[in-house]
Design a protein around this ligand. Structure first.
Ligand SMILES: [Zn+2]
Length: 278
């Protein structure tokens, strides 16, 4: 869903005919998180989106777009707006402007004020069924891998398979699986592996480790087929680790991901070492 949202926003802001082109200045600014005509309202400290945030957004909305195009604001999750915030937004929705698009994202639409809902167009986001997703990937994804396997690797998210999974990703994934097996067989140390992976995007690395360990847990506890069937040799070896230990490792991993998401300055290599040295 977040990928769909990102593509939708870039489509609105992209300057090219074939939007989103992913190459023009607008698309670059957006990717870098510095587009002056895009705002993303999310809950600050509290679990609410507050009136001050909405007021600032409304002031921002009243100014002319700096890039001369459209302005886009995403409010997410929209049902986290408290009543005052929602009322402040309502005034803005009552005077819609051609040059401004406000996107409210919510998993609980019923918790939005009816007055807000009635002023929005609603799109419901369904997950496509497996057959549709596989057929779509077969047509669109340029990979040697089987489309069904791609979908499994992307945790059933076809757009994610499309955007994230390429040959580099698959190679990184294989290196990580091999590295974990080496640690288990005491042929390599966690610190070595963390060092080898230090040049890679840490969020991606943690995500791959997560997918791998989670796959061994599902297999050990419910006997389902491997999701990452192309790595089954490595996964079989990792699955001999005590189940409880693997659960604890995943716990640790999600805490590490939180730290990484929360601070821009977290040292990814130190985090990886902390994670892998147990
Ligand atoms: Zn573009």
């Amino acid at each position: 869903k977040s990928i769909l949202l990102r593509r939708f926003v870039s489509r609105l802001l992209c300057a090219e005919e074939n939007a989103p082109c992913d190459r023009c200045h607008q698309c670059e600014l957006l990717r870098a998180g510095t587009h002056p005509d895009f705002k993303h309202l999310i809950p600050e400290d509290s679990k609410q989106i507050l009136i001050d945030q909405v007021r600032k957004m409304v002031e921002w909305a009243a100014q002319t777009a700096q890039q001369g195009g459209r302005k886009v604001c995403v409010i997410q999750p929209a049902h986290f707006m408290n009543v005052q915030a929602a009322n402040a937004l309502l005034k803005c929705l009552e005077e819609p402007s051609e040059a401004m698009t406000i996107i409210l994202v919510s998993e609980e639409v019923n918790r939005l004020l009816p007055t807000i809902r009635s002023r929005c167009q609603q799109f419901t986001c369904h997950t496509p069924d497996r057959e549709q997703a596989i057929a779509w990937l077969e047509q669109n994804h340029e990979s040697k891998l089987d489309a069904a396997l791609l979908l499994d690797i992307a945790a059933d998210m076809p757009l994610r398979a499309m955007e994230v999974i390429d040959d580099d990703y698959l190679e990184l994934r294989r290196r990580i699986a091999d590295g974990l097996v080496d640690i288990l067989r005491q042929k390599g140390s966690p610190i070595e592996l963390a060092g080898l992976l230090s040049g890679e995007p840490p969020g991606l690395v943690l995500d791959i480790i997560y997918q791998i360990i989670a796959d061994t847990i599902s297999r050990s506890s419910t006997g389902v087929e491997w999701r990452n069937s192309d790595l089954s040799a490595q996964l079989e070896k990792l699955a001999v680790i005590d189940l409880q230990t693997r659960f604890e490792f995943l716990d640790r991993l999600s805490r590490t991901k939180d730290v990484l998401g929360g601070t821009a300055n977290a040292n990814p290599q130190m985090l990886l070492e902390w994670l892998l040295t147990g």
